[in-house]
Ligand binder design. Structure first.
Ligand SMILES: [Zn+2]
Ligand SMILES: [Zn+2]
Length: 333
């Protein structure tokens, strides 16, 4: 099923024509639970990984013994999904049974990999695989047509003590034999960093620059236009500028820290490549709920990947516009 973003509740360029100079496009990825294969774009894999190429690992010094067993995380989600999908009958409400609660109680965080030293290589976890044919605006350099995003799911890397995001790009046609047994990490630092498998429904959308980055005269006019009294009024930030959810390209939303310059080591301002969002919509951003999801708007359908970053924010990955081999940067919002 495709996913279609409803038309914006109003045409802000008709109100403030100068905003047309601050229009852009992004591609919403709309991940939804599914069973992707390596030849498809996905969240969570499996990846089109060459059988003769070593699976990437994390060797950055940090503790990797303690956390959630990945298998437990998947089992817990499966049990809960089943439990809450059962209809309630008289005397038997839906939700976990005694037996299920007993099992859930055993799936705890712990020192599940005591044999691992702080620099022992652990396999990276597949997060996203994007084929250029599926994702308009992916814009991979050279003749690459496939982007693979993996991470090490521990809050232990870099100054920000974040997950460690790794990007790989390749030509799909170069992969003649796909790695059949893809290594799976035993323990993740947080269960929130373990994605559920999703297929993607990419959709190109029009956006407008983040409010705080607009020229002052336009901001002043937006301030004047915005009805600050009525909390149900159309809002530039929530309804008209940048869609929530996973996306490729478009503008960065700086709603947590305020605008930041993201500068490459070569001095250039970096481009937003990928946004990984904890939610595809929330109460403030319901106008972006795809038409096909209107029936499930009040369910957990807004958290299809189960990935939660920060305190329910988003993780932005930036790349250098002149050379993708310059180190990418990751910013939490
Ligand atoms: Zn690591
Ligand atoms: Zn650069």
């Amino acid at each position: 099923m495709t996913r279609s973003t409803p038309e914006r509740p109003l045409d802000i360029e008709a109100v403030i024509p100068e905003l047309s100079g601050h229009r852009g496009t992004g591609t919403r990825l709309h991940p939804r639970p599914g069973s992707p294969v390596p030849e498809e774009s996905s969240v969570g894999g499996p990846l089109l990984w060459p059988a003769d190429e070593p699976w990437p690992t994390c060797t950055v010094p940090h503790k990797r013994r303690f956390g959630d067993r990945v298998a437990d995380v998947r089992r817990r989600r499966r049990i809960l999904a089943e439990a809450w999908s059962r209809p309630s009958t008289r005397g038997q409400p839906s939700g976990p049974t005694e037996e299920e609660l007993r099992i859930l109680d055993t799936l705890r965080r712990g020192r599940h990999a005591p044999w691992l030293g702080d620099t022992d290589p652990i396999p990276l976890m597949p997060i996203a695989q994007l084929y250029a044919r599926d994702v308009p605006g992916l814009g991979l350099p050279d003749d690459a047509d496939l982007l693979q995003v993996l991470w090490c799911p521990f809050n232990a890397h870099g100054e920000d003590r974040n997950v460690d995001v790794h990007l790989f790009r390749r030509r799909a046609a170069d992969v003649t034999e796909v790695l059949a047994e893809q290594p799976e990490l035993e323990v993740a630092g947080r269960d929130d960093y373990v994605p559920d498998l999703c297929v993607l429904h990419p959709e190109k959308v029009v956006e407008h620059q983040y409010g705080g980055l607009l020229p002052f005269p336009i901001r002043a006019r937006l301030d004047e236009w915005q009805d600050w009294e009525d909390e149900n009024a159309v809002s530039y930030q929530f309804d008209l500028s940048i869609p929530p959810g996973w996306k490729i390209g478009g503008f960065a939303s700086w709603h947590v820290t305020g605008p930041q310059a993201v500068i490459c080591e070569c001095g250039r301002e970096m481009d937003l490549l990928l946004t990984m969002d904890s939610r595809e919509w929330d109460r403030g951003t319901r106008s972006w709920v795809p038409s096909e999801d209107q029936d499930v708007v009040d369910t957990e359908a807004n958290t299809p990947t189960w990935i939660v970053v920060g305190r329910g924010g988003s993780l932005l990955v930036f790349v250098c516009p002149s050379d993708w081999d310059h180190p990418h940067r990751v910013v939490l919002q």
